[in-house]
Design a protein around this ligand. Structure first.
Ligand SMILES: [Mg+2]
Length: 340
């Protein structure tokens, strides 16, 4: 069976773009000409029960919120502003009316907070799994969408926020921790760890994409390339260097690993660096910037209160390298990939 990338490549090779398509398949969102001064951005995201989530792991309100948040994250990754969304659901017959109501509550509240209008969708029944498909429409100044293919040798690679949390949260959920349970088990000596567990589970269940920051980067024209971290830093950065026909070097010591991830490393039985490099669903932004724009990007970061970290640079050649203790080694993209 072909893997996810092969399937996308096949569709991409066969899908014919019409005149209005500036960017078709293969970026965070499609970019479409409208004939005016703005381009239309369009993307969709499918969440499948048993693959992307388990019903028993997440309050339905957070599930609805996440379905929309991860889709709007792709609009932010193009440097655009999200305006409209549609949500289609396939609902197992056993699902209660209260569950569905809460799912919509979470989605609608997130839409309202972010100035996004829900304008449609579709519903179907399903045998036994819940499917949530979200489409988002956004816009940016014509020709100004930040694509994956603009990185050039010498650019500095930045990420927002801290890494490894979402993957740690997923591991805890797989180990049997539950978000609601965890709130009640905060005894004194366990307080810090308990808080850390809640923090990383929330990073997985309630991602907070940097919508305003992504939009501002686009409006100021500060990034040469941008992508949101959905599959894992190594895999997502590989998309940028492949599309940009260049290579990248990442400095292990520079990676902003979340404090909670370091605190929980022992019980998670995994190296924090691995989680930061390969853990999926962070919904942080990764972007590349010409060195001369450092001061402006630092200013934007403090203005919008979004921490950023320089983690390496774009180089000529191809592929990824990880520099650890001064020695470079090959970094294999090892983030999440759907095997179909
Ligand atoms: Mg994306």
């Amino acid at each position: 069976m072909p893997n996810e990338l092969e399937i996308i490549a096949r569709l991409r090779a066969r899908a014919h773009a019409t005149d209005g398509v500036r960017v078709g398949i293969g970026d965070d969102a499609a970019v479409l000409q409208t004939g005016g001064g703005r381009d239309l951005l369009a993307c969709s995201d499918l969440m499948t029960e048993g693959v992307h989530f388990r019903r028993e792991w997440s309050p339905p309100r957070l599930l609805g919120r996440k379905a929309l948040a991860v889709t709007l994250s792709d609009i932010a990754a193009m440097g655009g502003v999200a305006r409209y969304a549609m949500m289609s659901v396939a609902l197992p017959r056993a699902l209660s009316a209260a569950f569905i109501e809460a799912l919509f509550d979470g989605m609608l509240a997130y839409a309202e907070t972010n100035g996004v209008a829900i304008i449609g969708g579709d519903t179907s029944s399903s045998m036994d799994s819940l499917f949530i498909d979200t489409i988002a429409l956004g816009e940016c100044d014509a020709g100004r969408a930040v694509r994956r293919n603009g990185a050039r040798a010498g650019d500095v690679i930045y990420v927002t926020g801290a890494l490894g949390g979402a993957a740690s949260g997923l591991l805890l959920l797989e180990h049997g921790y539950r978000f609601a349970d965890n709130l009640n088990d905060a005894t004194n000596d366990e307080d810090a760890r308990s808080r850390a567990r809640t923090q990383v589970m929330l990073k997985h269940l309630m991602p907070g994409p940097h919508l305003a920051f992504g939009r501002a980067i686009g409006e100021h024209g500060l990034a040469t390339a941008m992508i949101d971290l959905s599959d894992g830093l190594s895999t997502d950065l590989a998309h940028v260097v492949d599309e940009s026909h260049c290579g990248a070097i990442v400095r292990a010591e520079a990676l902003p690993i979340a404090g909670a991830v370091r605190l929980l490393a022992g019980e998670l039985k995994t190296e924090p660096l691995r989680l930061a490099l390969h853990g999926g669903e962070e919904y942080e932004l990764l972007f590349t910037v010409r060195p001369e724009h450092h001061a402006r990007i630092a200013e934007l970061s403090s203005e919008l209160n979004v921490p950023i970290t320089a983690i390496g640079e774009i180089i000529t050649g191809s592929g990824l390298q990880l520099e650890r203790n001064g020695a470079p080694d090959v970094l294999k993209p090892s983030g999440y990939e759907h095997h179909i």
